[in-house]
Design a binder for this molecule. Sequence first.
Ligand SMILES: [Zn+2]
Length: 126
Amino acid sequence: MSGTSRAEAAASGALPAFLQSCLACATVVFPPRLACRSCGDDRFEPVPAGPGVVEQVTELPGGLRIASVRARGVLVVCSSTGALAEGDSVTVIGSPGDPAAVPAQVYLPGSAHIHNSAHTENEGTP
Ligand SMILES: [Zn+2]
């Protein structure tokens, strides 16, 4: 979406994160689904997650933070090794490294990292 998120993504070596946007009704979907939750259509196009706002942060032992970030109207689960607070503006970008080992990373306000496929399957059952 913005040149800034792409620049930040490039600077950190991470890939942009994409959400699904329904081709029929433009509803944005995350995590990826087979059909639109709004109209049932099964055709999507990828849209950059872009900027978001942190809604909730949970700090785990060892300093890892799990953050819910509202981006394009949907809530995206991210993780962070840096300081992060509710209300912070962040840029949601793809997670570098091994997505199986670290499903999501957010380092700093202004450069959030997410991995956009592996969360919800694992949500609640780590
Ligand atoms: Zn739809």
